[in-house]
Design a protein around this ligand. Structure first.
Ligand code: GUN
Length: 288
């Protein structure tokens, strides 16, 4: 029977450690890290993510400002808010919750965030740093996934990894991080023929496709490690479900993560970590 990799438990212990660190910062620097989150509109998924981020900030002692705007906001106004946050020395991290309404150019908004406040790791300089193996901010979900694999001391070197999905936010960067650990990585996507032939060869499968229960047991090799990044609504029950048919797959694999309680909490704890990283960099610069 598979062992469940609990992102929830891992994130909890990470958050406890960070809370201790932040207490020390308050003494050492007379201020704590500060994360600003911009939420446009009322998409239920986005509202729930932002609430999760606020809760984590409270637990750790990170200062949080959430700016809520209606989905009719003009791009220029959003850019003005980002400029103000960029210039505000009391703000360490800026996150614009995605997706944005279709009349707004998301890329223009994301790239307007100062790279040293880009806690999502979406700025082109941070993306470039990842691909060039240089220091930079690594985006939260891919970072969290690698930490989940590390938590089971999984040796990636020489293993076959299959990433399902090629998004800029998850598929592409997680593939690069797996490659950096010397795994042999294949990315499959909507245009791949016979996806199951590739997934069946994989020792590690990262499912980031955004389709409820897309990964079935017959697509997975016996004893594989499966990480489920999906956050979907079950079309029948409307309950939260992943990209993996957990009930089918669990009896076949060695390790598996669940939805909810898997990658989601790790993404949030990595966001908190990135906020602390930006804060420490700002403190260093202040004291130079
Ligand atoms: N929406 C879904 N995932 C993410 C994420 O990682 N960052 C942001 N900013 N928005 C998201």
């Amino acid at each position: 029977m598979a062992i469940i990799i609990s992102g929830k438990d891992l994130a909890k212990s990470k958050k406890m450690k960070m809370a201790e660190e932040v207490k020390d910062f308050a003494h050492q620097y007379s201020r704590v890290p500060h994360l600003a989150v911009i939420l446009v509109g009322e998409d239920p998924g986005s509202v729930s993510y932002v609430r999760g981020k606020e809760k984590a900030c409270i637990e750790i002692g990170i200062q949080n400002t959430t700016i809520k705007k209606p989905d009719t906001i003009e791009e220029e106004e959003l850019l003005t808010i980002i400029t103000l946050l960029n210039e505000d020395a009391s703000v360490d991290g800026i996150l614009v919750q995605l997706p944005l309404p279709s009349h707004i150019h998301s890329e223009r908004i994301i790239q307007a965030i100062r790279k040293d406040k880009d806690v999502d790791g979406f700025h082109r300089d941070n993306v470039a740093a990842l691909y060039l193996k240089q220091p930079g901010i690594v985006s939260c979900t891919p970072k969290g996934i690698l930490e989940m694999l590390d938590s089971i001391s999984y040796e990636l070197e020489g293993k076959r990894a299959c990433v399902i999905g090629r998004s800029k936010i998850v598929g592409m960067p997680v593939a690069k991080l797996l490659l950096d650990q010397n795994a042999t990585v294949t990315i499959v996507h909507s245009k791949t023929k016979h996806i199951e032939q590739v997934t069946k060869e994989a020792d590690v499968v990262i499912a980031a496709v955004g389709k409820p229960r897309f990964v079935r047991a017959d697509m997975i090799k016996e004893g594989a490690v499966v990480i489920d990044v999906g956050v979907n609504r079950d079309p029948l029950t409307n309950k939260l479900c992943g990209d993996v048919d957990f009930d089918q797959v669990v009896s076949k694999v060695s390790y598996i993560s669940k939805v909810p309680g898997g990658v989601g909490p790790m993404t949030i704890s990595c966001l908190m970590e990135n906020t602390i990283e930006c804060f420490l960099k700002h403190m260093e610069e202040e004291h130079d």
